[in-house]
Design a protein around this ligand. Structure first.
Ligand code: NCD
Length: 359
């Protein structure tokens, strides 16, 4: 093993914002070192296996996890989409996790239900990494987003950050804003249609040290921005009554709009992009989304290195109390065996799985 052990108290990565500033910096410094000399890390996970359990489609996230493990000298087992796994026969998440524990040393889980990664971590001996849980969070994407902003803007403070598109269901937006709670003096320009506005719970804490400005159009704020974070409309998560076709082309970033932007604006997108960024913008030096995706590889290498070998000790679970989460997309309402788990944030009770308020 290389001598890169960082001070890290977590056994899983469910929510990036749970990490202390020191822990973030540890991962970022390690990712930076790896990017300078990736081959030096070619055998740190020799003999180890990563399981990528992707219940939803993915290109970058799944490949970057797998590539990261291979580059660390390890191997991976995987499913992407549930049709070829026992999930299609009705196997529940808990059983799948317990079985995979026999074969893998670390698990990256992507799931359509909110809170699924946290639920999996209750039953897993191997560390669980949240690779996206429904419309809730996507912490490894956020790690690379923050890494990119830090690297290209030298700071994550005193910035004007536009966030555009699907702020209601975009898990990358939710995770990113939670991570920004650790920074201050930023102005967030939220650009969305009212139907896809940011849920209140992602603003409460951030408001303490930052400002929010609500915009109907990109044009009204583009000249002020240091960062614009574009997102796709999450078609697969829209509820009945939210019509994709009427929303989809509302926000398109093109060269004309960028004419008013600063020269040192950085344009980010978690990808995949659909129509929200015109093709010609790819050639604009301010477009950084492909570089952003590249950073994901080093971040995931650093994260796997840090978590591998950490044993979870699933605690004894009390099954007597059922969930009372009002969110229909919460894992606790679908995987019925899950115990009730709540937490108090800013004097309000939240579901510990999906972080919806419980009134
Ligand atoms: C994002 C996701 O899956 O949430 N993609 C990714 O992992 N880079 C964004 C999206 O699908 O829109």
């Amino acid at each position: 093993m290389k001598e890169d052990n960082i001070d890290f108290s977590h056994k899983n990565l469910i929510d990036f914002s749970d990490l202390s500033a020191g822990e973030w910096n540890g991962i970022f410094t390690l990712a930076e070192k790896i990017s300078e000399n990736p081959t030096a890390y070619g055998d740190v996970c020799k003999g180890k296996i990563l399981a990528t359990l992707f219940y939803e489609p993915s290109t970058r996230t799944v490949f970057s996890f797998q590539s990261a493990m291979i580059r660390l000298g390890g191997n991976y087992i995987s499913f992407t989409g549930t049709e070829n796994s026992s999930v299609s026969k009705g196997e529940n998440l808990r059983d799948t996790i317990k079985i995979v524990n026999n074969y893998a040393d670390i698990i990256a889980l992507r799931h359509p239900l909110e809170g699924a990664a946290y639920a999996a971590s209750l039953y897993s001996k191997a560390p669980v990494i949240n690779a996206g849980d429904g419309g809730h969070l996507h912490p490894t994407q956020t790690m690379l987003d923050i890494f990119t902003i830090q690297k290209l803007k030298n700071s994550c403070e005193h910035l004007s950050v536009g966030i555009c598109g699907d702020l209601k269901y975009g898990r990358t937006v939710h995770s990113l804003l939670k991570a920004f709670e650790s920074y201050k003096n930023n102005k967030f320009y939220l650009i969305s249609v009212p139907e896809l506005a940011l849920p209140e719970q992602f603003m409460v804490k951030l408001k303490e040290n930052n400002e929010f400005i609500f915009c109907d159009t990109i044009e009204e704020c583009i000249d002020k921005l240091d960062v614009i974070y574009m997102t796709r409309i999450q078609k697969e998560r829209l509820s009945a009554g939210e019509d994709y076709n009427t929303i989809k082309n509302k926000y398109i970033l093109d060269q004309h709009k960028l004419g008013a932007a600063k020269n040192d604006l950085i344009i980010l997108h978690p990808l995949p992009k659909v129509d929200e960024i015109s093709y010609e913008v790819d050639d604009d030096p301010r477009a950084k989304y492909f570089l952003q995706a590249e950073f994901g590889l080093y971040i995931r290498m650093a994260l796997i290195m840090t978590l591998i070998g950490r044993a979870n000790n699933p605690s004894k679970i009390d099954y007597t109390e059922q969930s009372r989460c009002p969110n229909k997309k919460c894992v606790s309402n679908i995987e019925k065996y899950l115990p009730r788990k709540e937490k108090i944030v800013e004097n309000k009770i939240m579901c510990a799985y999906c972080e919806h308020y419980i009134t």
